[in-house]
Design a protein around this ligand. Structure first.
Ligand code: GDP
Ligand code: MG
Length: 439
């Protein structure tokens, strides 16, 4: 989905004249990209109608049209995934029970531990309950994941009634003063009455404060019926989309949100315990479109009178080095509320969300700066390609900075996004030059 949308958007930035014909052609591209990635047809039709209604070319001067079209598309895409409902806020010092539902293989068990880790890192005393007695080895899997993450758990090898295990587990963890108790349940390969009945019984027994449906990003068109069926039987209040790191087209996720009018709380982006990101509609769409709010960032830089002359010169030439990224980040740290500013940089919004606004943002940012500290001058002045092609350098940097190889690769990924952006913006025919001419 991402690459096709990015193409459509880059056509927008390349064009010189925005007329009705052009608007129609870009709308067509955007809609086809959505359809091809399994977004429900009716949704796409509605989206097209809304965007059209927002763009009244007769009222928009030529030089503002690009922006207007871009904004209309962006806003409507965001509206598709944004339910505007308040996210669930567990309270410390109280037992918050969270129940997971979903089909077999959707990623429930894996996500249980990820979520537990996420809350534990934020100071909640968190425990897991395995109420999957259907699948052999389910308890062992949860046990293994939980032990690795040092999360306490409860389960049984002998009790076969999931309702009994769920109730017993939640009771024990409540008594032991756990703030967050996450109940893993069994799935089936298909939507079966038996499964839905089981979910209702467990739900009645543990009275969850929040029920979350786990949805595999790759299920495509089936997302709608699956989420609707679960919604009816176990009225969930949030969705977690898993396997967003794979080749999933992701459109199913959008359809599920719309079909159930339920927000996505998190997305799973890998098999490891840290691969869980808080979902934020704007940055999700920004990422899909391959953009960050670059203009916002430039405004900010000017407002704060930050010395970014070198970087600006680079961008004008279509270049962006690791040193540019570092200087940007250092300056941004001076600009205050990180969660606000970081969202403007491509690739960083996601990072900011992941970190949350609860203080460890700065800690993580500092970690990233340590990575820069471990680079040589030549590496800093490069576009990062020599690093990506030499694993030994990555290892050296990870070790030197006390971070992980993945942290270093993540940083290089951000650098790549920025470099691509600079390439598009810079040069004679770049956006930047044309923006200046338009003024
Ligand atoms: P359950 O049957 O719903 O409990 O699903 P599991 O938690 O056992 O997950 C099924 C498979 O999906 C496992 O191999 C997981 O490692 C994998 N998985 C879960 N979430 C993700 C994710 O976000 N990304 C990737 N790549 N794999 C995932
Ligand atoms: Mg499972």
């Amino acid at each position: 989905l991402g690459s096709r949308l990015t193409d459509a958007i880059s056509n927008l930035s390349k064009t010189n004249v925005v007329d009705q014909e052009f608007v129609e052609s870009i709308l067509k591209e955007v809609c086809n990209a959505l359809l091809a990635s399994d977004v429900n047809v009716q949704l796409v039709v509605g989206l097209r109608k809304n965007i059209r209604a927002k763009i009244n070319l007769a009222e928009i001067p030529q030089h503002s049209r690009k922006r207007a079209v871009h904004k209309a598309i962006f806003d409507e895409l965001v509206a598709l995934v944004d339910c505007k409902s308040e996210p669930f806020q567990p309270k410390k010092g109280k037992s918050n029970v969270i129940m997971m539902v979903g089909l077999q293989g959707s990623g429930k068990t894996t996500t249980c531990t990820k979520l537990a880790v996420w809350y534990q890192r934020r100071g909640f005393k968190t425990g897991l309950v395995c109420a999957d007695t259907f699948r052999a080895g389910a308890f062992d899997q949860l046990k293994q994941n939980a032990s690795k993450a040092q999360i306490p758990y409860y389960g049984s090898y002998t009790e076969t009634d999931p309702v009994v295990v769920a109730k017993e587990g939640v009771q024990r963890l409540k008594k032991a003063g756990f703030d967050i108790i996450i109940v893993d349940t069994s799935g089936r390969h298909q939507q079966e009455r038996e499964l839905f009945t089981e979910m209702q019984q467990i739900s009645a027994a543990v009275k969850p404060h929040q029920t979350i449906m786990i949805l595999d990003a790759s299920i495509g068109q089936a997302a709608e019926s699956q989420s609707t069926a679960f919604k009816e039987s176990s009225d969930f209040g949030a969705i977690i989309i898993t396997k967003m790191d794979g080749h999933a087209k992701g459109g199913g996720a959008i359809s599920a949100v719309a079909a159930t009018n339920t927000p996505i709380a998190f997305i799973g982006t890998g098999e490891h315990n840290y691969d869980l990101e808080k979902f934020a509609p704007k940055s999700f769409i920004q990422k899909l479109l391959g953009m960050g709010d670059m203009e916002g960032l430039f405004d900010q830089i000017q407002t704060f009178n930050i010395d970014q002359k070198e970087t600006m010169k680079h961008i004008q030439k279509g270049i962006f080095t690791l040193r540019d990224l570092r200087d940007n980040m250092t300056n941004i740290m001076k600009m205050g509320p990180l969660s606000k500013v970081a969202g403007m940089i491509p690739g960083m919004g996601q990072l900011a969300n992941q970190l949350g606004s609860d203080g460890d943002t700065d800690y993580r940012m500092k970690r990233v700066l340590y990575i820069f500290d471990s680079m040589t001058e030549a590496e800093l002045d490069s576009d990062g390609k020599i690093l990506a092609s030499e694993p030994s350098r990555i290892m050296r940097i990870a070790k030197g900075s006390g971070t992980s190889v993945k942290d270093v690769y993540d940083l290089l990924e951000q650098q790549k996004i920025m470099a691509n952006m600079a390439k598009k913006m810079g040069g004679k025919n770049g956006m930047l030059n044309r923006m200046q001419q338009a003024k």
